[in-house]
Design a protein around this ligand. Sequence first.
Ligand code: HEC
Ligand code: HEC
Ligand code: HEC
Ligand code: HEC
Length: 218
Amino acid sequence: MLRKLIVTVGAAALTSLLGMAGVQAASIVNSNHDLTTGAITDVCVFCHTPHNTAAPATLPVPLWNRNAADTATFTMYSSTSLDMVIASQPQGVSAACLSCHDGVTAYDSLINQSGIVLPDVMGATDTKAVGRSGDLSDDHPISITYSVGTGTGQDPEFIAASVGHVGALPLFRAAGVTTGDGDQVECSTCHNVHDPAIDPFLRISNSASALCTTCHVK
Ligand code: HEC
Ligand code: HEC
Ligand code: HEC
Ligand code: HEC
């Protein structure tokens, strides 16, 4: 834990030294996404494995090594002013995150186990378990099709997307779509799972709400 703290402080110092938001140079090693403990020293294995994953087409992330979340059904975000089309369940990358961030799926629920036993879970009272109790209704919408305009399924108060990105933020392909530019907002649109440089694993700094105003015209 002390090691992790030092790395975090170091990364923060580096970011301010460079004086630029969006410069990312930290490693997942020793971050909150480093689940290694004791004899288990492979950082990547809790999410990826080089061999013997399931068929790639069924997996949301390249060489993905995790089983689907134990939580069978999530309650998605809804509101009276939501315009864009939201999927009925988390898709792709977001579903991948929720295979830990639902609070109940064990960290060692792996496809290619490699003998790893780490049955801990995030826990239903951990605020970092954003999908705890299957509830995503109190979280920013994910698995939603980003579409700017005044038509059906569109909202005009957003910055237009270009080639699978809104500014520096990537959009992802919808489930089953294997080619073309992505148009879905997922967890990894705002977060970089590998890089703790901008806490908490953010793609860009949210200072002065810069992350929010990358998309929202507000
Ligand atoms: C906590 C889960 C997690 C861990 C641990 C993890 N990854 Fe990933 N990785 C993901 C997710 C989710 C994606 C897809 C979404 C994205 O790109 O943000 C991904 C995507 C990737 C990609 C393809 C996209 C890209 O960014 O190039 C590569 C390559 C990759 N990871 C390598 C690694 C390596 C190497 C390690 C270990 C040093 C590692 N990952 C550890 C979750 C993880
Ligand atoms: C293998 C399990 C696992 C997967 C998969 C996973 N995470 Fe995490 N994540 C963790 C753990 C463990 C923590 C630390 C929890 C704690 O401190 O209570 C964490 C913490 C975080 C934090 C908070 C960091 C902080 O310092 O406060 C964010 C943000 C996050 N994860 C985002 C993601 C996103 C986005 C994805 C998918 C792209 C993802 N995670 C996938 C295990 C995972
Ligand atoms: C629209 C951008 C956005 C999306 C999409 C998003 N997040 Fe976040 N997330 C943030 C920001 C900004 C913060 C830091 C502020 C906060 O904690 O409220 C954060 C914080 C977190 C934290 C830390 C919470 C805490 O209390 O410490 C976790 C864990 C997390 N996100 C996971 C996820 C997961 C998993 C998903 C997908 C289901 C997701 N996020 C989708 C922007 C986003
Ligand atoms: C990648 C683009 C993106 C980013 C970044 C982003 N949002 Fe959103 N946000 C969306 C989309 C898309 C919707 C759905 C809008 C709709 O359907 O009308 C949404 C919806 C919302 C809603 C609910 C609107 C409603 O009518 O129910 C709020 C509130 C919101 N976002 C706040 C934020 C905040 C705060 C941040 C920064 C932490 C943020 N968003 C970052 C894309 C984004």
